[in-house]
Design a binder for this molecule. Sequence first.
Ligand code: PRT
Ligand code: ZN
Length: 214
Amino acid sequence: MATTMLRIALQKSGRLSEDSYQLFKECGIRFDYGTGKLKSVSSNFPAEFLFLRDDDIPGYVEDGVADLGIVGENVAVETGRAVQTVHKLGFSKCRLSIAIPRGETYNSLHDLNGKNIATSYPRLLGNYLAEQGVTAQIHEISGSVEIAPSIGLAEAVCDIVSSGSTLLSNGLKEVETIFRSEAIMIASNDLEAEKQALLDKLLFRIKAVQAAKN
Ligand code: PRT
Ligand code: ZN
């Protein structure tokens, strides 16, 4: 009989990758990565790792192709997939903020009524504006959102901010933070009992690693 294995989806290469790999290392779970491989089986824990684009991870977990995944909360919420958050991981912290050209005056969110806002996060932004009773045009673009105002595509942007230096170098100022994010572990909504037991074991180790750091 084949042994049960957890399939865990991690970002192949990007801002989440190193800390994700490090987390498993600190939990004593060994696997190879970084050799261009798309998957890797752990040599000492019943887990198989898949290396993917972060945006694809919630969908793979919803479909049950992967049992678990690590993504930013921003991506988990924006993709709107039916998955559960099982643990917050404390790394890759950032915020999703609205920014406008530095020279513009800003009093409140209502200044954005009737304006064009460029973003890669139409769902998060749309929900926020609706909650706040603001009507703006959302222009979904997939990258280089910060240049939208200077090329006349939009009067404002809504993008991920960490240090703030990207906004600064594009002549923009942050005026509203609409969402705070960090890396989270997501899981399929219907894990079979044996996989749930492995997840519990994994979470026990992760919590021990986190407790040792605090
Ligand atoms: O290739 P793949 O699709 O897997 O990766 P990606 O390029 O879509 O994502 P990646 O690796 O850039 O980010 C992965 C996750 O890291 C994001 O979903 C966030 O949860 C988190 N994170 C943390 C960030 C940042 N910090 C961040 N600074 N994601 C993006 N940025 C970008 C932001 O878009 C902006 O262009 O960095 C710029 C702003 O940074 P500052 O420091 O100049 O403010
Ligand atoms: Zn991505």
